[in-house]
Write a protein that binds this ligand. Sequence first.
Ligand SMILES: Nc1ncnc2c1ncn2[C@@H]1O[C@H](COP(=O)(O)OP(=O)(O)OP(=O)(O)O)[C@@H](O)[C@H]1O
Ligand SMILES: [Mg+2]
Length: 266
Amino acid sequence: MIMLKLQKVTKSFNVGTVNEKCVLKQINLELNDGDFVTVIGGNGAGKSTMLNMIAGVYPMDSGIITLDGENVSLYPEYKRAQLIGRVFQDPMMGTAADMQIIENLAIAKRRGKKRTLHWGVTKGEKDEYYNAVKELGLGLEERLTSKVGLLSGGQRQALTLLMATLNKPKLLLLDEHTAALDPATSAKVLKLTQQIIEREHLTALMVTHNMKDAIDVGNRLIMMYDGHIIYDVRGEEKRNLTVADLLKKFEEASGEEFVNDRMLLG
Ligand SMILES: Nc1ncnc2c1ncn2[C@@H]1O[C@H](COP(=O)(O)OP(=O)(O)OP(=O)(O)O)[C@@H](O)[C@H]1O
Ligand SMILES: [Mg+2]
């Protein structure tokens, strides 16, 4: 079953100015239910823009986006947020620092639902959150009433991941969500990501600047260059890839050297 379909998705920025730039050029992409796709590419290739188009952050110039058979092309961002979970690079973005862990979870749980008079957290919900947080393996379940602002970056990303997947989204979008973390924490959050995606059988797109992670994680890998998907590989062929193979593929397709600042920094 196809979960996500992009048909000729096109996006330009600064149209009609000297800075006009076509960033996504008739992108076609189909994700099966349960596909976990890693996305790599150089600076400015269009990776974040593709995720932003799917999430409805900006309107497309043209094209069609279908999610689980539903044409969402004209849905505003908040409406797509009921169907799509997202985690960004910045650990500060996904959670509310001034609120407790449990309050953040309750808000995530109610996202897109009609508000009821019973805004308080029920005992049943409390147990659900306790168990979900416990499964992160970070000991946060005993700190459910702590303010999120007191958590480390890695703990916050883990919590954001949990919040993004609490209502089992049809699609999970991860944009370099481990890039701001130190290597050990990054590995931990990546592991959690894999566990949650597998356990919940989620369909996911994960942008990463780390080619090794892109090879090791997920069942499919796509490479973007200059607004195009230039390489799409899955299954055993993906598992057998090396970083050297990826760099070679990139150079063949682009005629350029692979440059990604975050890769160089990481
Ligand atoms: N809101 C915007 N307004 C104008 N230009 C934009 C906007 N968002 C992105 N761009 C431009 O679109 C191009 C693609 O950007 P995008 O963020 O999608 O790249 P990326 O592949 O995610 O790169 P990186 O690895 O650096 O994160 C870049 O040239 C960028 O400057
Ligand atoms: Mg980006």
